[in-house]
Ligand binder design. Structure first.
Ligand code: ATP
Ligand code: MG
Length: 441
């Protein structure tokens, strides 16, 4: 092939190969795998959008053959050739390679550490910067991106304005045991935010309906498959809204995220072996249980939970068993909830809150509710929780100046995406997980 012909070939994304059947095109990527069979080579290329098998004939294209023969896994390569349908190949097409340029050859003496075989998870996490190149991990990250896009579109369409919350904060909002302390300027102490909620309450009083979306931090000492120390949360907050409004918003948001992935990321779900028909059923309304009812279900199932206990992962999995959709559990005992929660006027010992628990053992993906809008009650709650009153003066201003009933919730992105993807552990659904004892790479 002449250099001009090669230069004239359009560069395409592997995922679009089907649009270019019969044409000579260029793909730029990496060598995923190579099978050699006498005078034929069968390289598999990946370009980040997908995998495509190549076929190279020594007789027809000796230079391309020589360039690719013996090429090491993950060497970077630019290949030009004709696209043909090939039902037996991954993706359904192959590229009949006419020319290949090696951009960087991985030396044989120091081969790519992740082979196409099973590795232990600690090894993979140590090599997370490379692990994300594997098709499964790339599919998960694309689904994550799709879920974020869908979530933001949904919120925007519902008339909510994105108002980002700060990451350095002067105080806790979700309990002091999971706070990350930071040495701020001149030895002043600050904390990494555990939730954008308190700030969303301020922006909601300014703009009406708002949401924040950003990283949040919790020094969780619990080593579970559902906890990261750094995770992303989407937190809507709306003035003049009540518990019921927020439950409906949550149902719509979760459904919009799931349906966007079902529609736009079918290939990725298939790569993960995830049953799309189960996800297709995730549409509002969701079943509901009061906390009281949930405790009864647990007791019946032989679980030791008693009224007043919080639910852990096992209880959440048990509760989700009876449902194909996420289940909304509402009105927990007020004593176990955060200081800012409003209580039910008809049952003052119950909080006006709700959690959404994902099916198939996905666990709690949303927690939210109505906020305490009464100044005196809020001050009392801050004292009861031994929180530093000084740091909350700005927050109390929201109750001094035009306090209104308002409500909101926090959706944990990784929990939601892990459920959608059907991954066992949420560490796979964030590019670089931060966990107890892991901040590398
Ligand atoms: P859990 O009881 O499961 O630890 P939580 O009740 O402390 O969670 P909330 O404060 O209600 O969590 O936070 C809202 C949402 O953020 C949760 O429903 C969950 O989806 C997500 N979330 C909370 N903590 C974590 C974490 N450590 N890692 C990942 N996601 C989390
Ligand atoms: Mg919660």
């Amino acid at each position: 092939m002449t250099q001009q012909a090669q230069a004239a070939a359009p560069t395409i994304a592997v995922e679009r190969a089907g649009d270019h059947v019969g044409r000579v095109v260029t793909i730029r990527g990496w060598l995923y795998n190579l099978r050699e069979s006498g005078k034929l080579l069968f390289p598999i290329f990946r370009d980040g959008t997908g995998l495509i098998q190549g076929v190279v004939s020594e007789k027809e294209f000796p230079e391309a053959f020589a360039a690719l023969k013996g090429l090491t896994q993950e060497s970077s390569v630019i290949a030009t050739g004709q696209i043909q349908p090939e039902p037996r190949a991954p993706g359904g097409y192959e590229i009949q390679v006419q020319a290949a340029e090696i951009v960087q050859r991985v030396p044989e003496s120091n081969p790519y550490p992740i082979q196409l075989k099973e590795h232990g998870v600690d090894f993979l996490l140590d090599h997370r910067h490379l692990w994300i190149r594997t098709p499964r991990q790339a599919s998960i990250l694309r689904i994550r991106a799709e879920a974020i896009r869908a979530a933001r579109n949904f919120m925007d369409e519902q008339g909510y304005t994105l108002t980002d919350a700060p990451i350095f904060t002067p105080a806790a909002c979700e309990g002091t045991t999971t706070l990350f302390e930071v040495n701020y300027i001149d030895d002043q102490k600050a904390y990494l935010t555990q939730s954008g909620q308190l700030y969303a309450e301020a922006t909601a009083a300014a703009l009406g309906k708002v949401y924040t979306f950003g990283p949040t931090f919790r020094a969780e000492k619990s080593k579970t498959r559902r906890h990261l120390t750094e995770f992303w949360m989407l937190e809507p907050e709306a003035a003049y809204c009540q518990l019921e409004d927020m439950i409906r918003l949550a149902e719509g948001l979760v459904s919009a995220m799931v349906q966007a992935v079902v529609q736009n990321r079918a290939r990725e779900l298939e790569a993960l072996g995830r049953d799309r028909s189960k996800l297709a059923k995730i549409l509002p309304p969701f079943p509901r249980l009061s906390y009281d009812e949930a405790v009864k279900i647990l007791e019946k199932a032989g679980n030791p939970t008693k009224w007043g206990d919080d639910f852990g992962g096992d209880e959440e999995t048990l509760l989700s068993k009876g449902f194909e959709k996420p289940v909304v559990v509402h009105r927990y005992p007020a004593v176990m909830k955060a200081f800012y929660m409003a209580t039910d006027p008809e049952h003052p010992d119950l909080a006006l809150n709700f959690d959404v628990i994902a099916p198939e053992g996905g666990g709690e993906i949303i927690g939210g509710g109505e906020r305490q809008s009464n100044y005196q009650t809020l001050v009392r709650r801050i004292r009861e929780h031994h929180l530093p009153e000084e740091a909350f003066q700005w927050y109390l201003d929201l109750r001094r100046y035009g306090s209104v009933p308002h409500a909101g919730f926090g959706l944990g992105l990784e929990r939601t995406v892990a459920w959608i993807c059907g991954t066992e552990h949420i560490r796979e659904v964030i590019p670089f997980p931060r966990m107890l004892y892991r901040v590398y790479p």
